[in-house]
Design a protein around this ligand. Structure first.
Ligand code: GLU
Length: 554
């Protein structure tokens, strides 16, 4: 028995399998040429960042486009940051945005042949791989205390040396194996480190699907691969998991570029084939004139939950994020008149290299386009579902009034030029609440915003005439003609042009008359198309509101 074998058997007495056994258990996937296996690997920290949603969507898209496999792996090895139960919440949120995996971690269960898909259930696999490294002298126990590590750091700082655990600073790298065994048997605490054979004076080059070849200093750090709590670090788990789950392209945030040399080092030492890498740009915002990452602490829009709460349709985020992903996507939506990212051919080569700016206006623009394309019935069921969770007042108003609300939502919907005034579900209620009688009472409780320059008696007369004469059977074009007639009856010009040409002859123009009716019926100078407002409220309610307004005028 060589000395490493003795050490490995003491640390991993339960491990009898080898890497070869694992290779057999997780054979190459049987997929057609070109099919990509991608994954999303969130940590259960109770927060789905917009950037992570972006990453997950791109990963899903790449697998979808190539008829490959997209899976989810839960990276729950950082027990300090873990928020219990949030793994499942993540799935709910991902599902909400259509990021459904073909296999992997599914909350209470999982599906697929390459699991377990939750890292905390993979301890045995990591231990097997580390044992094999240790047998080859490429992993060793390190007994450094926090104080010792601190001392090393201070010495490096004082001498302006590269920080970390490497070369002459790797204190336990060459510890005599018998001594290591004695310390372990004595119960001393330790972690397991990787023995790097790299040299940071050398450069290594790897290919990034987005950025091309990247040359970067070789890794020489003896990184921790197994922590004191028995769980692996990200770097080591990445190598093991992406290898045995047979990921073909690792799609992750650009913050991992600087660690990639560690990963190259590990893959090489393990004899694993390197996957392809695509490092996605981070999502930034402009703050006080300079760019910075979207911050979990400062920016509500950093959290995907925020977009769900304020009621952005799933599709709006999907489309917006695809427009961030590929610079030609927006042009494609215009030329294809499709807003379905699944129909779009994604390409890494059309991806921005630098951080991308979060653009609320662009999101609103796409969202208005999309909401304008929904049918009123569809929009009704969406706002019903949304308001039940996030706006109870709105929910109670609309839940038993499907026909009424659908008619309201149908105002100027469809046709050549649909109205595009809602970017999110929470925009709707403020615009349509006057349709509900209790809200109308509330809006007008302190009076009506009639034009101050108009004589109150004239307004009252116009309104009275309107209530008596309005013909509810007219179509919208003809109806506007009837408003002109009403105007001339009360000494208002038919249109603004006529009024301007001869101001002395008139009290105002038909626009002023329409505004009087609008203010009386809605309590506001702005509202959806007046003709439809009147049609939907119906004669009885119109007259009731007109009479109330007249009463207030006197
Ligand atoms: N758990 C890592 C993270 O949340 C995953 C990075 C990766 O995709 O490899 O950042």
């Amino acid at each position: 028995m060589n000395k490493y074998e003795k050490l490995a058997n003491i640390i991993f007495p339960d491990v009898t399998e080898t890497i070869d056994d694992l290779e057999k258990r997780y054979p190459a996937r049987n997929l057609p040429e070109g099919a990509e296996v991608t994954r999303f690997a969130p940590s259960p920290t109770g927060f789905l960042h917009l950037g992570s949603l972006f990453t997950s969507m791109v990963a899903r898209k790449v697998a979808f486009d190539t008829k490959g496999v997209f899976y989810i792996r839960l990276e729950d090895t950082d027990t300090k940051r873990e928020v219990s139960g949030s793994g499942k919440d993540l799935l709910v949120q991902l599902n909400h945005f259509g990021v459904t995996p073909d296999e992997g971690y599914l909350g209470d269960e999982e599906s697929g042949e390459y699991g377990p898909y939750k890292q905390s259930d993979r301890e045995h696999l990591y231990r097997t791989v580390i044992k094999s490294l240790m047998l080859r002298g490429r992993a060793y126990p390190c007994f450094c205390t926090a104080e010792e590590l601190d001392e090393i750091r201070k010495e490096q700082e004082a001498n302006k040396e590269i920080p970390g655990y490497y070369g002459k600073f790797a204190k336990y790298r060459d510890l005599d194996v018998d001594e290591a065994i004695a310390r372990i048997q004595n119960g001393d605490k330790y972690v397991i480190r990787f023995r790097s054979e790299g040299d940071h004076n050398n450069k290594v080059t790897f290919h990034d699907e987005i950025r091309g070849d990247i040359a970067i200093a070789q890794n020489d750090q003896d990184i921790v691969i197994l922590k004191g709590d028995g769980l692996p670090t990200y770097h080591f788990a990445h190598a093991c998991d992406d290898h045995f789950m047979r990921t073909t392209t690792v799609i992750r945030g650009e913050e991992w570029i600087s660690s990639t040399p560690i990963h190259l080092d590990l893959f090489e030492a393990l004899g694993f084939k390197l996957p392809k890498y695509a490092h996605l740009p981070v999502i930034m915002k402009i703050d006080n004139g300079s760019r910075r990452k979207l911050s979990k602490r400062k920016d509500p829009e950093a959290s995907v939950a925020h977009f769900i709460e304020v009621g952005f349709p799933v599709e709006s985020l999907q489309v917006y994020l695809m427009s961030i992903a590929n610079s030609n996507f927006e042009e494609w939506t215009a030329s294809s008149n499709s807003f379905n990212p699944d129909e779009f051919k994604f390409s890494f080569s059309k991806m921005s290299l630098d951080g991308v700016l979060f653009d609320q206006d662009k999101l609103n623009f796409f969202s208005k386009e999309l909401i304008a394309r929904f049918t009123a019935e569809d929009l009704y069921s969406r706002i019903l579902e949304w308001s039940e969770k996030f706006d109870h007042e709105f929910y109670n108003q609309i839940k038993d009034k499907k026909d009424y609300v659908t008619a309201i939502l149908n105002i100027e919907r469809g046709g050549e030029k649909p109205r595009k005034d809602y970017a999110k579900y929470s925009d709707i209620y403020p615009i349509i609440r006057f349709f509900f009688n209790d809200q109308y009472e509330e809006i007008t409780a302190n009076g009506y915003p009639f034009n101050e320059l108009m004589n109150k008696t004239v307004i009252a007369e116009v309104l009275k005439d309107f209530a008596q004469s309005n013909d509810y059977s007219l179509g919208s074009d003809v109806w506007f003609g009837s408003v002109k007639e009403l105007s001339t009856r009360h000494q208002f010009a038919e249109n603004n042009k006529m009024y301007k040409a001869n101001k002395e002859a008139y009290l105002g123009h038909s626009g002023d008359v329409a505004e009087m009716i609008r203010v009386a019926l809605t309590g506001s100078k702005n509202s959806p198309n007046l003709y439809f407002v009147i049609q939907i409220l119906g004669k009885e309610e119109v007259n009731r509101r007109i009479n109330k307004a007249i009463e207030k005028l006197s």
